[in-house]
Design a protein around this ligand. Structure first.
Ligand SMILES: Nc1nc2c(c(=O)[nH]1)N[C@H]1C(S)=C(S)[C@@H](COP(=O)(O)OP(=O)(O)OC[C@H]3O[C@@H](n4cnc5c(N)ncnc54)[C@H](O)[C@@H]3O)O[C@H]1N2
Ligand code: MOO
Length: 740
């Protein structure tokens, strides 16, 4: 390197590894893999070599990035958000979280050894608290036959090792004192967070080099850190080049803008481009705003260096300005990168660098580490190193092509790793992750270059899996339309870049379903119209009929598709409106969730939760019958699970308020149709599965077969009434699917 004392050991500016290839083939196209390796090796080495100067560690004030709690009546003050930074320290837990055994539910703290026994409710009440209140609650205790109310986050009273959610318990008045009856048997540590179960003192919560994003701030603050050391911000300049470029029009209300828009023409901007908006030669500058936007999320200060004309002098001036500003680590240019008469970026960078020095290669100073990459889009991509002498960090230049999709693709593939490495991100968070995905459609391969096609990602649906061989749930990549590099929409919604090889003599395309490697750019989005996971939303059978009979739709997750009938089960809950009906409704709904999970775990993939009917006993059977009739019209319905009270339960001789509402409704609704009771074997199965020898609560439960239209050629619907108890539901449904 001219004027530099760097030796081979300084790594960055001398050739080695992947970089040596760059040195020897700088005038021919480098593979993208080598190009990325070279860019990150150089940037990483620069970051290490020139640290801590100018990378002075700073403190990030974490609490500054939050909104202050307003005092009543006052306007909330917004404190300003710093950008994400990069941690320059490990973050280590100073104390365990939680600091003591804590409840994770609002409910009743109990000794699990006593099972579902009715317990006396003590006066102890434990809440999340601090100071004296905390000490008081943490020292409270209960006896085995007692229970204490605890809130989520509250310390557990001594003598208790489990918490039963309040929705799974009800209060009784026995002999003038409050007692609690449990619907679910507690087990040791149920709903309890052990001391240090989230993290322990001395646990390393975050590593240096990690991004201090919102999730990291969450952890830092939860661990009691108000400040952490972070790396100083890297400064990056971004510019577009081209005489034709103008900034998009801002004053779109003006008559001139409206007229220009009507003609589909760009308008003159107030930026640095001197153009008339009615000139069809104008092109709106898209690259610079897009790349600024992309890099702003990468922990760097991004400065907009504007639109620079295709003029070598002008280009040299701006590059020299960046060169003379020692804080600038990287310049990203777009356009003027190719071989045309007006493509001056290369010459301008060289002219600035040759006076000062590039990087040392075989005894001579080189400016460009590579000037072309063997890829599509993005072939004329170059990477230069301009030395600022051995004491100062060099200036890196990434010259990206002007075509919008080329500029954006290469910004993702090269500028992002370069910025991350310069900014001192840990090595494991520099590159885009690669994943295996399946092509959603056929693709044609480029004749010469490996191609990075832009694609959306979605999960393969079950029906797709059935006919294409793509595993259900695997990512399917749909190419974003025409991939010509001038077309900006080819980047829209792109969550991945597909790495496709060039064509070979007999392989010129790849069919849908081919597995390919993808570089992941963003969290995958599910493409419009794709099948979503079965909804947990409640709907009535009538809604299902409406949806499944929609013209041409053919497929709801649980209704018949065009070609196949996908069987499904429906879950209906029936409750009475007595007493605490809101809480009971909530509990029934959570039982329905347990039922849905159990059915799915036992092979019934499509399950529909149909909601809770809070009914009087006289209405329950009628309403259930209406639901069953509707469900019978959906060819695929195989099973209806009705959850609700199935017995007159008794505790110590005291009748509880619930009646056999659900089982009565089922037997009555099915009794009005062609009834085939198969209840005996089922009851036996439930009894065995639950290990409940008395099975008193099951005596009214039953399984029926419902078929209102005898002429129907469809298999009948099985209807099963189950009491609102998790254990019963789990055991019964596992068995039921076997029997069916
Ligand atoms: N003889 C050859 N011609 C070309 C080659 C080649 O190898 N030999 N390579 C082609 C490839 S591949 C690409 S990609 C382009 C890239 O060329 P440049 O980087 O020089 O880009 P420009 O000529 O300046 O612009 C190309 C195109 O993109 C538009 N553009 C430029 N900047 C912007 C911007 N900021 N926002 C929106 N649009 C922009 C510009 O108006 C042009 O239409 O070269 C091929 N040619
Ligand atoms: O490589 Mo260029 O970027 O094809 O269009």
């Amino acid at each position: 390197m001219a004027g530099s004392s760097s030796s081979d050991d300084d790594v960055p500016l001398a050739k080695r590894g992947g970089a040596s290839k760059a040195a020897t083939v700088s005038s021919s196209a480098l593979s993208l893999e080598d190009a990325v390796r070279d860019v990150t090796a150089v940037a990483t080495a620069i970051a290490q070599q020139y640290s801590p100067q100018p990378y002075v560690h700073e403190y990030a004030d974490l609490t500054r990035s939050t909104t202050c709690a307003p005092t009543p009546g006052a306007k909330p003050r917004r404190r300003l958000v710093g950008r994400s930074r990069i941690l320059a320290q490990d973050v280590i837990a100073k104390r365990p979280m939680p600091a003591t055994k804590t409840s994770i539910r609002d409910g009743y703290a109990v000794a699990s050894s006593q099972g579902t026994k009715v317990r006396r409710l003590t006066d102890v009440r434990s809440y999340a608290a601090r100071g004296e209140e905390f000490a008081h609650a943490a020292n409270a205790s209960i006896q085995p036959d007692e229970t204490a109310y605890v809130a989520t986050g509250a310390p557990m009273p001594k003598g208790a090792d489990a918490v039963v959610m309040q929705e799974k318990a009800s209060e009784l008045n026995l002999g003038g004192s409050k007692h609690i009856k449990l619907f679910a048997a507690p087990t040791p540590n149920m709903n309890v967070r052990g001391t240090g179960s989230d993290f322990n003192a001395s646990d390393v919560l975050l590593r240096r080099g990690e991004l201090l994003d919102s999730h990291a701030v969450l952890t830092c603050c939860a661990a009691g850190y108000a400040k952490v050391t972070v790396h100083s911000m890297l400064t990056v300049w971004v510019m577009s080049t081209g005489n034709e470029l103008v900034d998009p029009v801002a004053d779109d209300n003006s008559a001139a803008a409206a007229a220009a828009a009507a003609k589909g023409r760009p308008r003159k901007s107030n930026g640095n481009a001197q153009r008339d908006g009615n000139d069809d030669g104008c092109v709106y500058d898209a690259n610079r705003p897009a790349i600024v936007n992309l890099l702003i999320h990468e922990c760097c200060e991004v400065l907009d260096a504007g639109i620079v004309p295709d003029d070598q002098r002008a280009l040299m001036d701006i590059i020299k300005q960046a060169y003379d500003s020692d804080d600038v680590g990287l310049v990203v240019t777009t356009g003027g990168a190719s071989v045309g008469e007006r493509d001056h970026v290369r010459a301008a960078v060289e002219a600035v660098g040759s006076k000062r020095g590039g990087w040392e290669c075989g005894g001579t100073s080189q400016i460009w580490r590579f000037e072309k990459v063997h890829m599509k889009p993005g072939k004329p991509t170059g990477f230069a190193t301009l030395s600022r002498g051995s004491e100062k960090r060099p200036l890196l230049v990434l010259s990206l092509p002007g075509n919008p999709a080329s500029a954006m693709t290469t910004a993702h593939l090269l500028a992002i790793p370069c910025v991350r490495a310069l900014a001192r991100r840990a090595a494991w968070c520099i590159h885009h992750p690669r994943a295996q995905v399946y092509l959603g459609g056929d693709v044609k391969l480029d004749a010469e270059r490996p191609e990075y096609m832009r694609a959306t990602l979605r999960a393969a649906t079950s029906s797709e899996a059935a006919h294409s061989g793509i595993p259900e749930g695997a990512f399917v990549a749909d190419v974003t339309g025409r991939q010509v590099s001038s077309r900006p929409q080819s980047m829209v919604r792109a969550a991945a870049l597909l790495e496709l090889p060039p064509a070979e003599r007999d392989v010129t395309s790849m069919p849908a379903g081919t597995r390919v490697t993808a570089l992941l750019l963003a969290a995958p989005a599910f493409a419009e119209g794709s099948e979503q996971p079965p909804s947990t939303a409640t709907m009535s059978a009538r809604d299902v009929v409406k949806r499944s009979s929609g013209v041409g739709s053919g497929h709801v997750e649980c209704a018949p598709s065009r070609s196949t009938v996908v069987p499904f089960a429906a879950i209906v809950c029936i409750g009475d409106a007595l007493g605490d009906s809101k809480g009971f409704e909530w509990w029934l709904d959570s039982c329905a969730t347990v039922a849905a999970r159990t059915l799915k775990a036992n092979g019934m993939k499509n399950v529909l939760k149909m909601g809770v009917l809070m009914r009087s006993p006289s209405d329950a059977a009628d309403d259930l019958l209406a639901e069953l009739r509707t469900l019978e019209r959906i060819r695929a319905c195989r099973l209806v699970v009705v959850i609700g009270p199935c017995s007159l339960g008794r505790t110590n001789g005291t009748p509880l308020s619930r009646t056999a509402l659900a089982s009565d409704a089922v037997s009555s609704a099915c009794g009005r149709c062609e009834l085939k009771a198969v209840s005996r074997s089922m009851r036996q199965a439930i009894r065995e599965a639950t290990g409940n020898p008395h099975a008193a609560s099951l005596s009214q439960a039953g399984v029926y077969v419902f078929r209102e239209s005898p002429e129907s050629d469809q298999p009948p619907i099985w209807v099963c009434a189950l009491e609102e108890k998790e254990e019963t539901i789990k055991a019964a449904l596992g068995n039921l699917l076997n029997i069916m």
